[in-house]
Design a protein around this ligand. Sequence first.
Ligand code: SF4
Length: 318
Amino acid sequence: MNYGAVAYEGSICRPPMEEGAFILPVQDGCSHNQCLFCHFYKDVPFRLIPLDEVEAELQRIRALNARGPRRIFLGGGDALALPAERLSAVLEMIRRYFPRCREITADATVTDIRRKSDAQLLRLRDAGLGCLYVGLECGLDTVLTRLHKDHNNTEAIMQLERLNALSMPHGAHVMTGAGGRGSAAENGLATARLLNRVRPCAIINVSMFIDNRAPLFAEVEKGAFHPASALEHLREERALLTNLELPLRYDSFQVFSELRLIGNLPRDRERLLRRLDMAIDDCAARPQPLRIMPRCADQRQVDMAFSTDEEDLRFCAF
Ligand code: SF4
């Protein structure tokens, strides 16, 4: 499909706090693309968008509005996978076309960070790269291995502490229910401990749902993976929220309970816990049949966290 001046393949997954950012695609797909729960890029070959297409898109936007966007999110599964020189070139182009742009952000894997030297990361930071949203998912190594993530928690701690030492902000994608049935308390606590250690400035939790295009769907059908119930998702989030000890932005969406929680910790913790407890009581009183995909109505809210259609990809805030 054509996204502005870029021939772009697939969807772009965007953190909810970046909903006001202009999405500038710099890659198709994801450099890892093995996570069993993820369906976004399974049919999309990994490709770096040619720099002349990226520049043509910047020119197109400048022609629409000379001041340009204040925030830009680099689109693709993990834009930090771009080689450092190429990413520097993109950042330099953005600065040249839109000197008023205040922040440039991107998704990243732990592996993407590991593959960059300190000197490269510092160059990217100084060229304008801001918050990196890293897919941590959960705090249990057994679960990360089971889901074919490309890191374990020791590696995550090592790489995120490198970012902290370089004064590079990062946010964390996590996913209640990642461990499946029976793991809520253990996983919630382990994820909180991991986050307390690596100190992200923001947490994005989207509870696990399993699209029928994701490899995990077949495992559920075979009985090899048992998804968490809606109630377990909520209880895991309670364990997570209760044990977080950081000042940060918290944004969560429970797909099956249709519960969105947004706030700043620690200030809003009690309010969020009260809301969560109401949802837990409600869910416990009215047990729902187990679902692994959102209902259609839910999908609209999932789209608050994930941009999946062409119109949304074109969203641009000036
Ligand atoms: S979850 Fe992230 S790292 Fe894993 S396949 Fe999907 S986009 Fe790639």
